[in-house]
Design a protein around this ligand. Sequence first.
Ligand code: ADP
Ligand code: LRH
Length: 480
Amino acid sequence: MVHIAVDIGASSGRLVAGEIKENKLQIKEIHRFANGFTEKEGRLYWDIDHLLVEIVNGLAVAKSIGYEACTVGIDTWGVDYVLVGKNGNRLQEVVSYRDKRTEKTIEKIIKHIPKKLMYKKTGLHFLPFNTIYQLFEENPTLIRETDKILMVPDYLGYRLTGNMVMEETIASTMQLLNIDKRDFDDELLNIISVKKEQFPDFAEPGQELGWLKKDWFPAYDLPDCKLVTVASHDTASAVAGTPGIGEDWSYLSSGTWSLLGIETSQPVISELSQEENYTNEWGAFQTYRFLKNIMGMWIIQEVRKGLPKNYHYSQLVEEAKKVERFQQFINFNDDRFLNPANMAAEIQAYCKETNQPIPETAGEFAGCVYDNLAIIYAIAILDLEKITGKKIECLHIVGGGAQNELLNQLTADVSGKTVYAGPSEATAIGNLILQMIAVGEIEDLRAGRQLIQKSFDIKEYMPAAIDQKKVVTQFKQFIR
Ligand code: ADP
Ligand code: LRH
């Protein structure tokens, strides 16, 4: 049977068809489209209606190439949501998590509840854009008019089937769930004046969502699609699609964000994990994603926008290879890089302030981004080992960024760990694997990961001997 993954990240979306043939998972990208937010009257919004149209366009492509019937799963980026009124309509445009409205909201919320207690209850990292802070900043009248708050992938599923759920992996990114109760935390809901009834019932990955209402889209010739809830948070799907075997592997889901962590069966909540801002998001099959959000490819995406020439990412990698390594040390995880007006200028300003060489060319910018990301990844692995007391043997890099062989090698070199890169479409693959488990084509996640291992080309990068302590120490001088 054919399955279709709808995977929408912050920079692009795609529909990927997958089926098992000759004991291998075969995938085919059938539709791809750009994603991004735009500014309207000082606020940043996603174009959610356009995303819906692109999904339907992609399903029409599926039909045109001969897929008559399939299952479909949707995953998207985390934290953002849609307010839906009593008549089922969207009450406002979907605000992007990079909007500045929540810049100071963590401080406001922790006046109502100690940070430590909030971390203990939720296990979630403190990022200014978590759903809890966004809802706190919403117009109270609009919140009162809201019948249901739907996370983005759940809203898209609703617009295709008419059925509302709150899939648990994406729900966990809200920082509103109590990790012990595995339900909403009443105290946190009270603080933001939102009622539990304003969310739909929880759903787990693998549950049936419903049939695509083809008659809602009369202009299209569509296949018969049964929608299945997958791990609707893209990072949860990416981890499900990472071919780690055994116990000692870590992952880096490398897209707009770099999410570096381990899969655990229990949350890890300690003073140290809070101090280093590690999170425990919920994964498929009651696992946890103990990970760190690292600013990631967003930095190069934003630098690229401002370059005089239109560089392909692979060209930027080639340019970066030509420059000397470790010319600047920049903590890209600093909030100043979350959404500056001009990323290249922000990097230059930082270098000037810290008396470091100022990048000018495409290669110098890309080189400085990749060098520093490699160091940040290496530090994140060291911290993971320190927090968990676990020895990590290797790092699996998946996502679009896994195609960056310079960064893969640098990451191996600075971390001293063996890096395995690929698949670059791990998120869509994880989405497909969960659909296949749901219909009984694959037994479990472990079998799914073994299938990925044998179906895709995974590149190995062995660490070269470099003085990793020196670069890490030099870098740490610049962490505020
Ligand atoms: P998201 O799902 O968050 O939108 P992706 O997983 O699609 O992100 O990854 C996008 C990133 O992958 C780009 O920002 C870019 O840095 C990287 N990338 C894509 N193609 C290549 C390539 N050929 N070489 C190196 N990096 C690439
Ligand atoms: C990656 C991601 C990440 C979230 C961020 C908002 O796409 O879902 O896991 O923290 O977007």
